[in-house]
Design a protein around this ligand. Structure first.
Ligand code: 6GU
Length: 292
């Protein structure tokens, strides 16, 4: 899977994701992470990408031109399928970057927003497929596991990170397919949200996690939180590991873990518990516990 990030702070994303599990998946070539610096597509002397808002008001707005050209650049790269592993796109100089956005491609993209032609393997007919462009904004739909699963089906994903008071609405209308927020709080830019989303999506790509079962049977899959985990030592500062986990009785361990999941969810996420499917026995367990 190929991630492309349009950002003013490529280092932040590159460094944040190039470690641990995601870093290893990049090394293995399961993922590529391609940074495009929006500033490289500014056309003025000082490489300015922001300007004052029409109508007045506080702060600055990111201009549409650089964002548009940076997106065009990525679409061309996707067409060429230049798979670079966690690297910024290299272009010899600014002229070269500008050259990639010809008048023809600008026209082409007007009529076919973000589309690339792929061949359907079953009937070998060409199919039009949109490359999704995710704009990170507190005004978007709130990201969740279901959305991560949907995005993980894509071959290429483009993330657009805004700063200041946002991006000129016209270019958003032209290139963005999905508006996504990561929660009800305000951050200074889209980079951290993009990293959060990439991490959540990347770990669903086959081969990224060591154990391929673990992504399926985890938190949110069945609307229950995970049960508590323990490792050695058996006694830590006078606190013992729960007896049942030492019993070697697999069915009892499973029952205990499910009960712990139910209790945690009841306590921390009652909203999720309402959506969880519990057996009669589990419902009774919860009710008995709540009565105590
Ligand atoms: Cl996606 N962007 C910003 N700036 N703030 C946020 C957010 C996104 N999601 C939650 N807060």
């Amino acid at each position: 899977m190929n991630f492309y990030v349009l950002t003013l702070f490529p280092d932040m994303i590159e460094q944040g994701l190039n470690t641990s599990i995601i870093g290893r998946a990049l090394d293995k070539g399961l993922l590529t992470l391609n940074m495009v610096d929006i500033r490289d597509f500014a056309e003025n002397k000082h490489n300015r990408v922001d300007d004052y808002p029409y109508g007045g008001g506080a702060g600055m707005v990111m201009a549409p031109g650089p964002v548009y050209r940076a997106h065009q650049y990525i679409m061309e790269q996707i067409k060429l399928r230049k798979g670079l592993t966690h690297n910024r796109f290299e272009y010899p100089d600014k002229m070269e970057a500008d050259k990639t956005v010809s008048a023809e491609t600008l026209e082409e993209n007007k009529s076919e927003k973000n589309q690339s032609t792929e061949v359907d393997k079953q009937n070998s007919k060409p199919i039009k497929k949109q490359t999704r462009v995710i704009y990170l904004t507190p005004q978007g739909s709130v990201f969740n596991q279901g959305m991560a699963e949907e995005f993980a089906e894509e071959e290429d994903l483009i993330f657009l990170c805004g700063h200041y008071e946002g991006i000129d609405e016209r270019v958003l209308e032209m290139v963005v397919t999905d508006y996504v927020s990561i929660g009800d709080y305000v951050l200074t830019g889209g980079e951290l949200p993009a990293m959060v989303m990439i991490d959540a999506i990347a770990r669903l790509v086959p081969g990224v996690l060591n154990n391929d079962v673990s992504a399926e049977f985890e938190t949110f899959q069945d609307n229950l939180l995970e049960y508590p985990q323990y490792t050695r030592p058996e006694v830590f500062m006078e606190k013992s590991v729960p007896e049942v986990l030492l019993s070697g009785h697999h069915a009892k361990v499973e029952e205990w873990r499910k009960q712990q999941s139910i209790l945690r969810t009841a306590k921390n996420r009652p909203d999720l518990l309402k959506k969880a499917e519990l057996s009669q026995k589990e419902k009774k367990f919860l009710n008995d516990y709540l009565k105590k």
